[in-house]
Design a protein around this ligand. Structure first.
Ligand code: HEM
Length: 362
């Protein structure tokens, strides 16, 4: 007897915002960076998005794409979402003839050790589902349908716990063993909308920006750190993610509390959470990262985080925080950023609407 499955669960493609941003994170990620073919025009991009948007609208509800060669693989979407974004060069080109929000490339940060293989691309497709077969099928369909306009430059696969391994809503653990994602703006808060959604110009209301940082975790040296050192580096407990000054994961950290013996603050001033927290409440963003592990030809594993953050204004909200972390963060000893890119994510597609329509062409 088969037990009930969650494969039939869907996330609506249409709505005021794109899916895959506030969607509770699915188990699997395939982040696809594409570059447009030389000589592309804004009309080419419109045509490409029209086709891909139609594919995703169908796949997200469990139907095969048009001319799908394996429609059976589409039957279990398992909360499939595909989220579309464009890079700074594309934004700059489109801004010559249309009203678009600005998007600057990320500045260089002193701790970055960027590898060209994980650099900026023209387009990004964030494919997420609770089922890896669904992700693979969606990627195949989208790959075939974008081939005449664009080439795939990199794919960053990521994972979290399998659906059902933990209670829904449990904060994820990263490959370093930490509970990661506790302090994050919640959709229900009044602050959330201005932190995450753009309010224009024109049809761009409901757009946002996405920061992608590929961050390698140096597991060999991390292995040499005891639990106390690991907890000190972040400022939180490993077992339940509570701040070192408290008992429960969602308690507020007390950054002033001192150790009666040493007189030092319990949460170190250079710990990750102290450095990442701003007094300026506008310097916040939505984190929705995934773990990765890849193995090279010599059999060496490389693990880390496909760090993904959403913010209405990257320069105002994200850059100051990343600058502060680059300046000082105990965690820097064990993590290295090896990839970096930034995208303007399109606003949502209204019911009956078409992805990309009315954003830069008439
Ligand atoms: C591999 C790299 C990283 C690891 C392992 C990591 C891990 C963590 C952990 C364990 C926490 C505490 C739990 C939580 O609130 O999520 C945390 C908090 C946080 N991290 Fe990271 N992080 C990394 C990179 C980054 C980067 C690149 C940024 C942004 C530039 C960032 C921004 C934050 C913020 C804003 C918080 C919440 C701080 C607060 O309590 O207000 N992290 N991170």
């Amino acid at each position: 007897v088969l037990s009930p499955s969650s494969g039939a669960e869907t996330v609506a493609f249409h709505g005021p915002y794109q899916a895959g941003i506030t969607t509770p994170a699915q188990s699997h990620l395939s982040l696809v960076g594409l570059d447009l073919r030389e000589g592309w025009t804004p009309d080419d991009l419109t045509r490409l998005l029209r086709v891909l948007g139609d594919d995703v609208a169908r796949l997200a509800r469990g139907d095969g794409a048009l001319a799908d060669t394996e429609p059976e693989l589409a039957a279990d979407p398992a909360r499939l979402t595909v989220t579309f974004g464009i890079g700074p060069d594309v934004v700059a080109t489109l801004r010559r003839t249309a009203q678009l929000p600005e998007l600057a490339p990320l500045p260089a940060f002193s701790t970055d050790r960027l590898r060209p293989a994980w650099g900026q691309t023209d387009l990004v497709l964030q494919v997420c589902s609770d089922d890896p077969v669904t992700v693979a099928h969606a990627r195949r369909v989208l790959g075939k349908d974008s081939r005449s306009f664009a080439t795939v430059t990199w794919v960053q696969d990521g994972f979290r716990r399998a659906r059902g391994s933990e209670a829904a809503g449990t904060t994820m653990r990263n490959v370093m063993g930490q509970i990661d994602g506790t302090v994050n703006p919640a959709e229900a808060e009044p602050d959330f909308a201005p932190l995450v959604w753009k309010d224009g110009p024109g049809a761009w209301s409901g757009a946002t920006c996405m920061v992608v940082r590929r961050i390698e975790a140096l597991m060999d040296t991390w292995d040499k750190v005891g639990r106390e050192g690991r907890e000190l580096a972040v400022g939180r407990r490993l077992d339940n993610g509570a701040p070192l000054t408290s008992a429960h994961e969602f308690d507020e950290p007390d950054f002033e509390a001192t150790d009666p013996v040493t007189g030092l603050t319990v949460i170190d001033a250079a710990s990750h959470i102290r450095r990442a927290r701003s007094d300026d409440k506008s310097q916040r963003f939505l984190r929705r990262s995934y773990n990765y592990t890849v193995t090279d030809a010599q059999g060496r594993d490389e693990s880390g985080l496909v760090f993904i953050a959403f913010a209405a204004d990257v320069d105002r909200q994200f850059v100051p925080v990343q600058r502060r972390l680059a300046e000082q963060d105990r965690l820097n000893e064990w993590v290295t950023t090896i990839g970096s890119s930034v995208y303007l994510l399109l606003p949502g597609v209204p019911e009956g609407g078409v992805l990309g329509d009315g954003l830069w062409s008439t």
